[in-house]
Design a protein around this ligand. Structure first.
Ligand SMILES: [Mn+2]
Length: 430
C-alpha cells in the first residue's frame, strides 16, 4: 500500500454505526475479496472488498471480520481473522499483517489466525440467533464470478440451517452514502492527486500526441503521488471517440482542431475521485467548440447549485433536463418542435445527453447510496453533464466531485482544477 495509514478511529466509528442496525443476538460476517487468477501462475493485483475495508481498514486477502455486539464474552464482540504469517512468508511475499498490526489498523483488540475461524465461529453461532450475510445489492452489479463472500454464505447456510439470516448490504448502502469528515478529507486527497496529473498533461497535449501518451503521463503523476492507481479504467478520447461513452482503447493520435475528452482520476486509500475535462488538441478551442463548452459549463454549474438536502433525485434529473434542453436550443442542436414532439419518457435532450448527471462517489466509483431517497448532507456525488455531437465529430463532458452541504451550495472538491475555457487555453500555451 502506498497510502499513509488511515486512523483506526474512522473504522471504529463505522462499526459502531453499523452495529446499531443489527437485531439482537446477531453475528455479521465480512470477507476479503479473492485474489483473481489470470492463467499459469499470474494473478491480478489484489483489490480489497470495500465493505470489510470500510468496517476495519484491513487491506489484506483472506481476512474475515466478525461483529457480534451481544456476545457474552466482551472479547468476542468484534473479531478479526487474518491468515497466519511467518518469517518464511515475510521473505517470499513480503510482510503480512501480524496480530498487533491488525489491532493498530482496525482498532479491533481480538485477533485470531484464519485457521481458528471454524472453531470460534461454531462457538459463537451457538450463542446467536441471526447471521447477517453481505450480498452484493448494488443496482448496477453484474457479475458471474463467485466471490469469497458467496462461498462463505453457501458454506454457512449448509452448516447452520436453523439460524435466521439477514442482509448487511442495505445497511451499508445507507451508511456509506453519507461521508464522515475523515472520508471527505481522503476523497479530497484523491482529487488533489488527480489535479496534479491533469495540470501535467495540459503542458504536453499538442497535435500528434497519442491518447495513450496522455494516459501514461497521468499514471506516472498519480503513482508518484501515492495514488492506488486509476480509480477506474481511464477514458482519453479525442475527436469523435468521445461519442463512445465507454471508450477505453486510448490508442488514437490526436489531431489539430479536435477536442479531447479525458475521464480520468486517481484513487487514494481506496477512495475514488472522478474527473472529466475536455481540452483542445491545438491549445485553442474553435468558436463552435467554445460555444458548446461554455453552454455545458453553465448547465454543470446550475445543476450543482440544485444539490441540497431534501431534494429528490427524480426532481433533480428533471431540472437538469430543463437546463440541458435550453442549452441545446441555444446551440441550435434542437428546435422547439423537437422538444414539443418528444415523449415524456424520452425527452428531446436525450439525443445529445444520454447518461445520468450524478452518482454517489466514495470507496467505489459508483458508490453505495439510494437514488429513491432524498439527498442528505455529506453525501459526495459527481456532477457530470455531457453534450455528444457525433455529426460534428466531438463530445463534451465536464465532471467535478462535490459534497452536499447542510446549508448553501455544495462544496466542490475539484474547485482548483482548471475548468474555465480561457484558463485551460492559457495553461496549454504557457
Ligand atoms: Mn463519474
Amino acid at each position: 500500500m502506498k497510502y499513509t495509514p488511515i486512523k483506526a478511529s474512522l473504522f471504529k466509528k463505522n462499526r459502531n454505526k453499523f452495529n446499531k442496525f443489527l437485531n439482537n443476538s446477531s453475528i455479521a460476517i465480512f470477507n476479503s475479496n479473492d485474489i483473481y487468477p489470470v492463467s499459469a501462475d499470474s494473478i491480478l493485483p489484489f483489490q480489497q472488498h470495500r465493505d470489510i475495508y470500510y468496517l476495519s481498514g484491513l487491506d489484506q486477502e483472506e481476512s474475515i471480520l466478525l461483529l457480534f455486539p451481544d456476545a457474552n464474552n466482551p472479547a468476542h464482540r468484534e473479531i478479526a481473522f487474518v491468515k497466519e504469517t511467518s518469517e518464511l512468508i515475510a521473505i517470499w511475499e513480503g510482510e503480512k499483517l501480524t496480530k498487533e498490526k491488525v489491532t493498530e489498523q482496525s482498532g479491533i483488540e481480538t485477533v485470531y489466525w484464519l485457521d481458528d475461524f471454524p472453531k470460534i465461529f461454531a462457538m459463537l453461532m451457538a450463542e446467536a440467533t441471526t447471521v447477517y450475510f453481505n450480498t452484493n445489492e448494488h443496482s448496477r452489479a453484474n457479475t458471474i464470478t463467485q466471490t469469497r463472500e458467496d462461498r462463505f454464505i453457501e458454506w454457512c447456510k449448509k452448516k447452520y440451517p436453523a439460524h435466521n439470516v439477514a442482509k448487511s448490504n442495505p445497511i451499508l448502502h445507507q451508511l456509506r452514502a453519507i461521508k464522515e469528515p475523515e472520508e471527505i478529507e481522503i476523497i479530497q486527497q484523491a482529487c488533489s492527486i488527480t489535479e496534479i496529473g491533469f495540470r501535467k498533461v495540459l503542458g504536453m497535449i499538442k497535435p500528434g500526441v497519442w491518447e495513450y501518451e496522455i494516459e501514461a503521463e497521468l499514471i506516472y503523476e498519480f503513482t508518484k503521488n501515492r495514488a492506488d492507481g486509476f480509480a477506474y479504467t481511464p477514458i482519453v478520447a479525442s475527436g469523435t471517440n468521445a461519442n463512445v461513452l465507454h471508450y477505453i482503447e486510448n490508442n488514437k493520435q490526436c489531431k489539430a482542431g479536435d477536442v479531447i475528452l479525458m475521464d480520468v482520476a486517481a484513487a487514494y486509500a481506496k477512495y475514488s475521485s472522478d474527473l472529466t475535462r475536455v481540452v483542445p488538441v491545438s491549445g485553442k478551442f474553435t468558436k463552435r467548440q467554445k460555444e458548446v463548452y461554455n453552454a455545458l459549463l453553465h448547465v454543470k454549474a446550475e445543476s450543482t447549485n440544485l444539490l441540497t438536502p431534501g431534494l429528490e433525485w427524480k426532481d433533480y434529473n428533471e431540472e437538469v433536463g430543463k437546463l440541458m434542453t435550453s442549452a441545446l436550443l441555444d446551440l441550435k442542436l434542437l428546435d422547439k418542435a423537437d422538444v414539443k414532439n418528444a415523449s415524456k419518457e424520452t425527452p428531446a435532450y436525450r439525443k445529445y445527453f444520454m447518461h445520468g448527471t450524478s452518482h454517489f462517489l466514495g470507496l467505489d466509483t459508483h458508490d453505495y447510496g439510494s437514488q429513491n431517497e432524498p439527498m442528505k448532507a455529506n453525501m459526495v456525488v459527481t456532477v457530470e453533464p455531457g453534450i455528444y455531437i457525433p455529426e460534428e465529430k466531438m463530445g463534451f463532458r465536464l465532471e467535478d466531485n462535490v459534497v452536499i452541504q447542510k446549508e448553501g451550495t455544495p462544496l466542490n472538491l475539484m474547485s482548483t482544477i482548471p475548468i474555465e475555457a480561457d484558463e485551460i487555453e492559457t495553461l496549454m500555451n504557457q
